[in-house]
Design a protein around this ligand. Structure first.
Ligand code: PLP
Length: 230
């Protein structure tokens, strides 16, 4: 099942790249393995995937402990300041920074461990009450503040688009996020490297790629439905 799922996702990514006249190498597929067992992750590793996404700190730590291969683990879920210390040297990219306070907590841990921590700013681009993320109007100010932190490196923006039946409804949000990235990039802020656009999930990653996503986060499309009751 995993082999077929992955082949289908890969085919759709390639087709979306073709439609948008983009290179396949410019889109990173992150396999979102939350709630899924190590055995399934191992199978996906054997199929050539090297980027994995988890939304909980503890689950990410347990899985990196158990899986010995050198992989790229992305933290894509909400991060609490008191958990920063566990994740800081395990995640290759933290996608969910949405406050200066969190960035400062990351800075403090990064100094202790003498590392530079790559992050994305999570943007609540559709202004949903239920979502984490910074409002579009506040992103630039936050980027400026975080850029002053020596051991935190902003790499781009991330969003979780609304849950919709028709993925076309999210095109406007993906386009907005890309425009925001371009606007901030044009300011040439020191210490800020605006090139990553993490957007698109199982339901809408093709539209996201057409609108410029450089990372797509696909869970269900690869691993199948999640069962939260077990
Ligand atoms: C769970 C999750 C995904 C993957 O969702 P699917 O719809 O299963 O592809 C992507 N991004 C974030 C932040 C998630 O929490």
């Amino acid at each position: 099942m995993l082999r077929e799922n992955l082949a289908l996702v890969e085919e759709k990514i390639q087709a979306a790249c073709n439609r948008a006249l983009r290179n396949r190498e410019d889109v990173t597929l992150i396999a979102v393995s939350k709630t899924k067992p190590v055995s399934m992750i191992q199978e996906v590793i054997n199929l050539g995937i090297t980027h994995f996404g988890e939304n909980k700190v503890q689950e990410l730590c347990e899985k990196t402990e158990e899986i010995k291969e050198s992989l790229n683990w992305h933290l894509i879920g909400h991060l609490q300041r008191n958990k920063v210390k566990y994740i800081i040297d395990k995640a290759c990219l933290i996608h969910s920074v949405d406050s200066l306070r969190l960035a400062v907590a990351i800075q403090e841990e990064a100094l202790k461990k003498n590392v530079i921590v790559p992050i994305l700013i999570e943007v609540n681009i559709a202004k949903e009450d239920t979502k984490f993320g910074v409002a579009e109007e506040e992103v630039q100010e936050l980027v400026l503040e975080i850029s002053k932190l020596s051991n935190v490196r902003i790499k781009g923006l991330m969003t979780i688009a609304p849950f919709v039946e028709n993925p076309e409804e999210n095109r406007v949000y993906f386009r907005k996020l890309r425009q925001l990235l371009v606007d901030i990039k044009s300011k040439n802020i020191d210490n800020v490297d605006m090139k990553v656009l993490s957007m698109g999930m199982t339901n809408d990653y093709e539209v996201a790629i057409e609108e410029g996503a450089t990372m797509v986060r696909v869970g269900t499309g690869i691993f199948g439905e999640r069962n939260y009751t077990i």
